[in-house]
Ligand binder design. Sequence first.
Ligand code: FAD
Length: 396
Amino acid sequence: MADKVLIAGAGIGGLVTALRCQQLGFAVEIFEQASGPEKLGAGIQLSPNATRILRALNLETALAPFINQPHSALFLNYQSGAELLNLPLGDEILNRYGAPYWHIHRADLIACLSVAIGKKAIPIHYDTKLIDFVSNRDKVIVIDEENKKHTGQFLVIADGIHSILRDKITPPTPPRFTGQMAWRGTLPSAALPRSTTHSVKNFLGPDKHFVTYPIRQGEMINFVAVTQTSDWTDDSWRQEGDIAQLRQDFADWNTEIQDILQQAKSCQLWGLFERPLARRWYDGRAALVGDAGHAMLPFLAQGAAMAIEDGYVLGGQLARYSGHAKALSDYQTMRYNRVKRVQQRASRNTGLYHAKGSIARLNQRLTLSLVGKLHSAGLDPFAWLFGYDPVSGFSD
Ligand code: FAD
């Protein structure tokens, strides 16, 4: 009988790990505390390092109606809209990396992954919160809130930024509020007075930035506005946002932003938390995947991508070795430095995106201009990030 992989969490990381493990011949069972597939959230960006994995899991056709393939990534002055950097995405990135750049609503991605899971007859137990596990020589037993026990050979801990199972593996380090809030929302493109390009636009201003891009084949517009605050008093990490307040906060920004905020009916407000990179990623027969191990700021658009990479690599490791200790220790070795670099870069981008004052803004202009020049000279500064390829072999 095939070894069984138990998965805590039906988020992006958990579902991708499930599909990969099933593809490699494991039996899989998923436990999710929510009552169904998560519908909250807004758009996310999926760079080639993530899309090549989704394609390898045969998801491209199912995802096609929901994605948008942007032409370019534009970095713009927050008021005038003057271009600070224009990075081609579209066909150029497809040709360079052999995988596309996509935008998608997080709920659409979760829904497609969940349908794929259903087609493979992988059980997802909704309304089932896991609270503990015990790992021994030949099995792992997870315990849910109703004290029911479930047994398998491996446990994948993909229960997100507020993971409670993580603390059994690595010294407890609670999520840390980063002083940033993200206001996220979507609206129909048809509601806008002017048509918009198929690009991701990053408007950069002092202490704030505003990102917008189309999703669902251009039918919807996604926006994320990031502002700073010294206090986040709510216990939860997301709440209903006050759209009137958001309009006021961005009142003197570019007209394109005014158009979007005038037409948007609502938004969600997310406190942005980081969780220090877990020092240890596995213990016994259990391993961490995604935000549970390394929640990061969204300023490199890589949180979901890292969860996708983790899940794909972990599945491969479990299939490769008969001994779980070697499989999991190699998994940590393969992932640790990459995730650390991505998490640090995402953090560092705060200063670049939110530059305030003449010197910081000059530095911003010079840095973005250098990135553009390197790119034009064929020295892609994102090669280390987008070129990562666990599907056909590792490139770093
Ligand atoms: P999650 O998606 O959070 O899933 C965890 C799941 O586990 C949830 O379904 C939860 O209900 C469940 N769960 C929790 N506890 C338990 C339990 N005890 N038992 C059972 N189930 C449990 N990433 C990108 O790659 N690109 C982007 O452009 C991007 N933009 C972002 C913008 C913002 C504003 C934010 C906040 C994040 C963004 N991210 C982005 C990050 C991305 O959404 C996350 O990194 C990603 O969803 C992490 O996936 P995960 O599977 O680890 O966790």
